[in-house]
Design a protein around this ligand. Structure first.
Ligand code: B12
Length: 286
């Protein structure tokens, strides 16, 4: 997954912080470290966006920029290793310490490249949460609260108004499928790769998703299934419609298989996030 970099106008639009202020924060406080193009133009990554948003939020709480910059420095030097971040997040989840869940997620996205934050921190933390829930160690309410925090974080990353370079992807969980956070992580990765993403989320009947994707002339429609039961529901719901769809359909997620894709006449993509994004990009070009 090659992360799309932002120029100063784009990061300013996304964060609501003026370009002059961003330059000042960089030169006076050293809180941003954009790379430069051959022509000397600044380029910002997702970690820079997170830093700017973090500083902006502290300033709106009444901190001075100098104080906020020192706090950011202390936070980022405190924890920047994915293994330690995952440990901290798991402890916060186990203790249902929701402010620490939010702070640790903020920290992970601020200090790690996006793909690493998603695959080495968020994915194992989600699996840990789900398994603790399955073992009865977290109540339904606790799991919902934690999932809601993760969802809010990821949704913010998807709602970013960048240009759509590779096309428009519509993402939906199949009918009866409520494991939506894996698909939301794919949405974040596609957005960072330069796609416009329309994320429909859990339990979406196939016919309405196809109709929607056709209506907005999407480049592709992706369905996710994590459970065997929802594979059956997707098979029944997609049925004969795949040959009539004018938008190419892709299935993925832990319970999807190449055999199901062949049977339905659609494409199958899975594997780690980076590889999945590359494969979807190739499919879009084909
Ligand atoms: C977290 C979790 C939950 C959470 C869901 C939170 C949420 N809203 O997403 C909660 C606790 C709510 C939950 C509930 C249930 N769960 Co659950 N859950 C899990 C768990 C532990 C992790 C899933 C996860 O989030 N993984 C992390 C994400 C990032 O990975 P991912 O989903 O695979 O997605 C990645 C890729 O697959 C890819 N991807 C995903 N979709 C797509 C689509 C396309 C097109 C592409 C290209 C790629 C792609 O992108 C992601 C990033 O790489 C798994 C077990 C496990 N360790 O995997 C069980 C598991 C999936 N759950 C299971 C079950 C049975 C349930 C329940 C039915 C349990 C029950 N008895 O009530 C319920 C009901 C849910 C429902 N109706 O849909 C079973 C499914 C078994 C099966 N094969 O049928 C599993 C495997 C547990 C088990 N071993 O039995 N669960």
């Amino acid at each position: 997954m090659t992360e799309l970099l932002l120029n100063i106008a784009a990061i300013s639009r996304r964060t609501g912080v003026a370009p002059d202020t961003l330059r000042k924060w960089e030169s006076r406080y050293g809180v941003l470290r954009p790379t430069r193009t051959a022509g000397g133009q600044r380029r910002y990554d997702e970690a820079d966006v997170q830093r700017v948003e973090w500083l902006r939020d502290r300033i709106s709480e009444g901190w001075r920029i100098g104080e906020a910059a020192r706090m950011l420095d202390a936070e980022t030097s405190a924890l920047d290793d994915p293994v330690e971040l995952l440990d901290a997040l798991t402890v916060a989840i186990r203790d249902v310490d929701l402010p620490s869940v939010t702070a640790t997620l903020d920290q992970a996205f601020a200090v790690l490249p996006l793909e690493q934050a998603l695959t080495e921190v968020v994915t194992p933390a989600l699996s840990w949460t789900g398994e603790a829930w399955h073992r009865g160690e977290l109540s339904i309410a606790q799991e919902h609260a934690i999932s809601a925090k993760v969802r809010a974080h990821l949704t913010r990353l998807v709602a970013d108004a960048r240009a759509d370079v590779h096309g428009v992807a519509v993402l939906a969980c199949g009918p009866g499928e409520y494991h939506d956070l894996g698909l939301l992580m794919l949405a974040v990765a596609l957005r960072a790769d330069g796609w416009r993403v329309e994320y429909l989320g859990a339990d979406t009947p196939a016919d309405t998703a196809i109709e929607f994707a056709e209506r907005i002339s999407a480049t592709m429609l992706c369905f996710s299934t994590a459970r065997d039961a929802s594979v059956e529901a997707l098979r029944a719901s997609l049925g004969a419609q795949t040959s009539e769809s004018t938008v190419p359909i892709v299935i993925g997620g832990a319970a999807s298989t190449p055999e199901l894709a062949r049977e339905l006449g659609v494409s199958y993509v899975n594997g780690n996030l980076g590889a999945a994004v590359k494969r979807l990009r190739r499919l879009a070009r084909a």
